[in-house]
Design a protein around this ligand. Structure first.
Ligand SMILES: NC(=O)c1ccc[n+]([C@@H]2O[C@H](COP(=O)([O-])OP(=O)(O)OC[C@H]3O[C@@H](n4cnc5c(N)ncnc54)[C@H](O)[C@@H]3O)[C@@H](O)[C@H]2O)c1
Length: 424
């Protein structure tokens, strides 16, 4: 059912708003840093009258970000960055309880997803928050006249930052774009602890399988892969890591994991998780080598890490055995189970990262918007990382909220550190 109330929107069921509000408030109660920023924004209104389009996972944590930005005076509109990650009750609550425009429905088609991207651009944004770069790419390709309105954009995830760098190299990035992912208070925590916990939350909710004693293969040992491997071990799994980067492979070995090529790991794994940001990292030869009953999922940004077309071509029948869990019965009788159609398993089968890590990620997003506005006209077009003092401020606020104090440099220590700056 589409919304019929005043705020322009397209959500699945507006009657879910009350449940959504409860979840938004619950998440907010574990987002103290964003909460403090929101309170300051409410007084100072640093985004007053500015149109902001947000393309992100529509979760209760994102709702808290939208509230902080709206408190800052922005006119905010949200769309989903993934067809399966929308929490419909949260979308309804944003519209009905908070009067914020949302165009997002869990399970929306690719056509609807693209139509919503157009809605976000119809909003004539001056600031964009993107997660995966789809909104920014569409702006540049299809609405280049609107670029002159853009103060700047921010990007949430590793794959989106990779795309921004490619646009910069091609001379297509004509405005400042803050790589929020590259703040330490983002990727150290969100990508590692957030993805680690929520990926296994998704796998367990989807399958209800015991992880202990099983062999889990983690494909990619970046920040997300480290988190997934750590949590798989914590659940009692035997963990195998596959990599293409020799340094990351050594890190995995020294962290105590087995490392081997994916083709060897394919025959051993019970559960496979891809987190590479790369294409077809599990492909036909690997599906051919898998054991009967192997469970395969992806927690990287795009749904192309698993070559599901190749799996389909060796399949004689398919059926959904549980929600978002599809059985592929192969011609030789083996069965492979794919979660969430190869899309982000943590957001599709669970609820994405817990609020406590999104607190820091979205504190970065909120402060990045303020930074772009404060420095309007002064920043060069291209990809930039937030200044270190903003990252440090977020970390200090987080520590404070945890009741943890740390040491400060004494004058003597500071002088000693400064004495090396000349190199002699
Ligand atoms: N699920 C989530 O909520 C979530 C959160 C943050 C990031 N992400 C996404 O997850 C992906 C990974 O992010 P990250 O921050 O860990 O990136 P990263 O760059 O730190 O790590 C990716 C790793 O994958 C490795 N890799 C690339 N191709 C490979 C292959 N064929 N086989 C094995 N390893 C391979 C790289 O060497 C690298 O070590 C990105 O798409 C990112 O956008 C998802």
């Amino acid at each position: 059912m589409q919304s019929t109330i005043a705020t322009a929107s397209e959500v699945k069921d507006i009657n879910l708003a009350a449940a959504g509000r409860n979840r938004i408030e619950w998440a907010g109660s574990d987002m103290p840093v964003l909460g403090l920023i929101g309170e300051r924004f409410k007084k100072e209104k640093p985004l007053k009258g500015i149109r902001v389009s947000v393309c992100a996972h529509i979760t209760c944590e994102t709702a808290n970000l939208a509230l902080a930005i709206s408190a800052a005076g922005a006119e905010c509109l949200l769309i989903a960055s993934n067809p399966l990650s929308t929490q419909d009750d949260v979308a309804a609550a944003l519209v009905k309880e908070y009067g914020i425009s949302v165009y997002a429905m869990k399970g929306e088609s690719i056509e609807t997803f693209h139509r919503h991207i157009q809605k976000a651009l119809d909003h004539k944004p001056q600031l964009i928050i993107d997660d995966g770069c789809d909104l920014v790419v569409t702006l540049v390709k299809e609405r280049s006249k609107q670029i002159e309105d853009i103060i700047g954009t921010t990007e949430e995830t590793t794959t989106g930052v990779t795309r921004l760098h490619a646009m910069e190299r091609d001379g297509q990035l004509k405005f400042p774009a803050v790589a929020v992912n590259d703040s330490q208070t983002k990727h150290f925590f969100d990508n590692r602890y957030g993805t680690g916990q929520s990926t296994f939350d998704g796998i367990i909710r989807a399958t209800n399988r015991l992880v202990a004693g099983r062999t889990v293969v983690i494909v990619g040992y970046g920040y997300c892969g480290k988190g997934c491997a750590m949590r798989a071990r914590g659940l009692g799994a035997n963990v195998i890591v596959t990599e293409i980067d020799p340094v990351k492979a050594i890190e995995a070995i020294m962290d105590g994991f087995q490392v081997m090529p994916i083709l060897e790991a394919a025959a051993l794994g019970d559960i496979f998780v891809t987190v590479t940001g790369n294409r077809h990292v599990i492909d036909a030869p690997h599906f051919k080598a898998m054991k009967d009953g192997a469970i395969v999922c992806n927690s990287g940004h795009f749904d192309l890490e698993l070559n599901l077309e190749s799996l389909a071509s060796m399949t004689k029948s398919r059926r959904e055995v549980r929600p978002l869990m599809e059985e592929f019965e192969l011609k030789d009788g083996r069965r492979v189970y794919v979660l969430a159609e190869g899309r982000l398993v943590n957001l599709a089968c669970a609820e994405g990262h817990p609020a406590s890590v999104m607190d820091m990620s979205f504190a970065n997003q909120a402060l990045a918007l303020e930074y772009l506005v404060k420095n309007k006209g002064k920043l060069k077009p291209g990809v930039l990382v937030l200044p270190k003092d903003i990252d440090q401020e977020i970390a200090m606020l987080k520590l404070k909220s945890l009741g943890v104090e740390i040491d400060k440099l004494t004058k003597e220590m500071q002088e000693y550190m400064d004495s090396w700056q000349s190199g002699t």
